[in-house]
Every structure is written in structure tokens, then in C-alpha cells.
Design a protein. Structure first.
Length: 479
């Protein structure tokens, strides 16, 4: 639970600042010396070559996965001391540019630029044990779709909640918007946490990153190197169309208008994320998720997690097939297992992940009942990936220790397995069976900044092939 741990580090810094303000000047230096550099389980989700016990020699400054511990007087955005005691603001973002094949243009290469996102991370210690956190995101250069300034983006609240820190083993996150604890990158999607320009492919549909919802959870540390989170949230929905077309009764558009599937054999769960604004949910289902993060002390440099998500029903109100037949309930379960291993005393890093999605009644999914035979969904979807990277110190440049990380990642997805059922003709094109070969270089002038270059080759089983290769560059930051 890396995001929790980063926030705990920020929280500890704020707690230290508050205690300093209540401590006589003569005692402040002693109290500062007693502030821990990181929370008890900072290594629980972070692969590094540092042993779990105190290291014999200082770790390199350039490791991008080392814990970043803010100082007690961390300024707002690096500009000035915080005017309000207990307030801290971080940020992350990424800029992308390069060339991609466009399948809609028969694979023609087209150049582009994208101010992909800029995110603000305000944290405020209401008391020592009650902490407010939020994540406010601006995507694709802003909000709106304006033909004059060519702006097409969003401004949204990706996270907002209040933590009640009770004991290490049990804490409560009050209802708010929170990341669903499934997989690793969904909770740690800052651009310094992965090496490719785009997020790993398993998080572009099988896990609909960024996957967040109205939710409440409990979390804590079970033992050294083992932590958990259990969450209840709004469910995903099998509705991916224009929300302005829903009825006043919060049902899908009345027959025969039709509507777009939120789950399909081409985009997986990519358009099924829960509603977060207004009482506009199209079903009344609650979903449940849980995650275990582990970093065993007997295996330094190794970390991983297992997680699961279950919704008893993703069918929206009034769901129907294009022959007017009403559709019944469909349950969805997601399972994820992943590991990260930085081999001690070397630059070698290995990662692997497996994701599986199962459907209780795929015959009720909209994709199997929309007269489109190319996007059908079977009983399950799955994907897996393996990645190898090597950390190469570049020495000190501009008063900072630089590091280069060449990497290669292989990913396979099958979004159209057997078991199709419904009113559609079952003639999948093979576009849902994909391979991704992703290679590139990430250069870290600092653990807080990364420069990236990535080439990706995409292969699928369709007649023409995927026609979706890309060569991209990127700049990412997180502080």
C-alpha cells in the first residue's frame, strides 16, 4: 500500500512539526533527532536493494524507489513555508509526446503532444490522529472541449477522504473517493513508479486504472512487512455511454435508443468505472475489495501483493438487448497477484503480474447483446506480464546523482475467451487477444524526476493486426 505509506510519511512529518510548535526551544533539537526517517513498514511495498535491517552503508541517493521523506518544514510546492501548521501540498504530473500508429487510419503514423496530467496532493493534519487527504487532477491540459483553443481534458477529484489513525493494526478511512486496492500500479501510478511512458498495459482495461470509487475502508499493519486494506465501494457498471442519455429514473436510455457497453471484449473494464458525482449510480450494488502487501524480511529487496475485487451485480437498471429482452444480474470478480524484486547489491530488477476477471452471467452483458459480434465477452478475461530492468548509475550531474534504467516488458492479454452467450452472433475477430512488446529507457536525474523514451510493438489476432505501435517520450515528476 505504497500510497498509504507515502501519506503516512507526510503525516509523520506534519505530526513532528506540530509537536515542535508545542515544545520549548531547548528541546526541539532533541525531538527532531527522535523523528523516524520513515514509517515502520516503509519497505512493505517498495522494492529496493536495501536490507530490511539497518544497512551497513548508506543507500544510493539515485534509487527511484527509495522512500522520499519530507522534512518537517516542507514548503508548499517548494515556494514558501506552509502558512498553516499541519498543511502540506505535493504534486505529480507527466508530459507525453511522440508518434503513434492510428488503427482508424490503416496504421498511419501520426505525431502528437499531450499535457497528460497535473495533480495536486493537499494533506492537512486536523489533529495528530485525524488526517485529511485529497488528490485533485487536471488531465489533458484542462477541462472542457473547446474548438478554439483545442482543449480536451478534465478536472476531477480523484481522491478525497479523512483518515482516523487508531492503532497500527487498525485504522479507519471515512467515506470519500478512494483508489480501489487492486494491483500495484493502480495505487502507485505516479510516473516515477513505472518506466514506460504509458502505464503498464494490464492497467488499461483489465484493471481500469485509475480505478477509484466512492468508498470506505479499514487498513493496518498485521506484522512487520505485512499490511492489509479492506474496502467497501460503489460498484462498477456495465454502462459506457453518454451519461446525459440516462433517464431521470437513473436507468439506461429507453428501448430502442440503445446504449454502449461498459464492459466489452476490446476495452475490458475500461469504461465501467463507478459514478462519483451526484446520485447517478445506475444500480444499487456495493462492491468489496481487499489487498495484502508483503515484503518479507528474509528476502531483502522483494515485495509483492495479492488483491481481489467482487461486485455481485454490474447490470444497470433497465438493461436490455437490442431485441428488447431485459437482462438479469451479472457478477464480476477480479484477482491480481504481482511481485517486484530488486536483487540486492546489483542493478537488476524484476517484476511480474497476473490479472484475471470472471463473470457470473456473461450472457447478460451489454456487449453480448448489442448486435456487434466483434466485442463479445466470454466467461473470463486474463492477462500477465513480465518485466526486467537494470539500474545504471551515471554519476553526479548538476549536483544530483543520475541513474539510467533500460527495461523490457512483455504483456499478453486475452479479453475474448470462450463461453460467449447472448443474442449476438459469436464471431470474434481476435482483436481481444494481444501481445505487447515494450522496451525503453528511463533516466532519473533525481528520484523525483524521470525522463522516458519507449517503443512499443502491439500484435493481435485480427486480420490486419493491431496497427497500434508507438514511439513515445515523456517527462514525469513526483514530489
Amino acid at each position: 500500500m505504497k500510497k498509504l505509506e507515502r501519506m503516512e510519511r507526510r503525516i509523520q512529518s506534519l505530526e513532528a512539526e506540530l509537536k515542535q510548535k508545542q515544545t520549548p526551544p531547548s528541546d526541539k533539537s532533541a525531538q527532531l533527532a527522535a523523528v523516524p526517517a520513515s514509517p515502520k513498514n516503509a519497505n512493505a511495498a517498495v522494492p529496493s536493494d536495501k536490507p530490511q535491517n539497518p544497512p551497513e552503508k548508506p543507500a544510493s541517493k539515485s534509487k527511484p524507489f527509495d522512500a522520499l521523506t519530507p522534512s518537517p518544514d516542507k514548503p508548499i510546492l517548494g515556494l514558501a513555508p506552509a502558512p498553516v501548521a499541519g498543511l502540506s501540498i505535493g504534486a505529480y504530473g507527466e508530459i507525453k509526446f511522440g508518434a503513434m500508429q492510428n488503427p482508424a487510419a490503416n496504421g498511419q503514423w501520426q505525431n502528437g503532444f499531450d499535457a497528460a496530467r497535473f495533480v495536486l496532493l493537499p494533506t492537512y493534519a486536523i489533529t495528530d490522529n485525524i488526517i485529511f487527504n485529497a488528490e485533485i487532477e487536471f488531465e489533458h491540459a484542462g477541462s472542457g472541449f473547446d474548438a478554439d483553443d483545442k482543449l480536451h481534458g478534465t478536472a476531477e477529484i480523484e481522491q478525497i477522504w479523512v483518515d482516523f489513525k487508531i492503532i497500527d493494526q487498525f485504522n479507519w478511512r471515512a467515506p470519500g473517493i478512494d483508489l480501489v486496492p487492486i494491483g500495484y500500479i493502480n495505487q502507485h501510478h505516479e510516473p516515477t513508479q513505472f518506466y514506460s511512458v504509458n502505464r503498464p498495459e494490464l492497467y488499461n482495461g483489465l484493471i481500469p486504472s485509475t480505478f477509484f470509487a466512492g468508498a470506505s475502508s479499514v487498513y493496518g499493519t498485521i506484522a512487520d512487512g505485512l499490511s492489509y486494506q479492506v474496502q467497501v465501494s460503489s460498484s462498477i457498471e456495465d454502462f459506457g455511454g453518454d451519461f446525459g442519455l440516462r433517464t431521470a429514473a437513473n436507468t439506461v436510455p429507453a428501448f430502442p435508443a440503445g446504449y454502449t457497453a461498459g464492459i466489452d471484449g476490446l476495452n475490458a473494464l475500461g469504461f465501467s468505472r463507478p459514478v462519483r458525482g451526484g446520485f447517478a449510480q445506475l444500480n444499487d450494488t456495493l462492491a468489496y475489495a481487499g489487498k495484502l502487501d508483503f515484503a518479507p524480511a528474509f528476502l531483502p529487496g522483494f515485495a509483492g501483493s495479492v488483491s481481489a475485487y467482487y461486485s455481485p451485480n454490474v447490470t444497470p437498471r433497465g438493461a436490455y438487448a437490442d431485441n428488447c429482452d431485459l437482462r438479469g444480474h451479472t457478477s464480476v470478480g477480479i484477482f491480481d497477484a504481482e511481485f517486484r524484486y530488486r536483487v540486492p547489491q546489483t542493478g537488476l530488477e524484476l517484476r511480474g503480474e497476473y490479472v484475471r476477471v470472471d463473470f457470473g452471467h456473461p450472457e447478460n452483458l451489454r456487449a453480448n447483446n448489442d448486435t456487434d459480434p466483434t466485442n463479445n465477452v466470454g466467461k473470463s478475461m486474463f492477462g500477465y506480464s513480465g518485466e526486467v530492468a537494470y539500474h545504471v548509475p551515471l554519476g553526479t550531474v548538476l549536483n544530483s546523482d543520475w541513474e539510467a534504467v533500460p527495461f523490457y516488458r512483455y504483456t499478453y492479454e486475452n479479453l475474448q475467451t470462450g463461453g460467449f452467450a447472448g443474442t449476438d452472433v459469436n464471431t470474434p475477430t481476435g482483436a481481444g487477444q494481444r501481445q505487447f512488446h515494450t522496451a525503453g529507457l528511463a533516466i532519473f536525474p533525481s528520484p523525483k524526476l524521470v525522463l522516458k523514451a519507449t517503443y512499443q510493438r502491439v500484435i493481435d489476432k485480427s486480420i490486419t493486426g493491431a496497427l497500434a505501435d508507438s514511439f513515445l517520450g515523456g517527462v514525469g515528476f513526483f514530489f
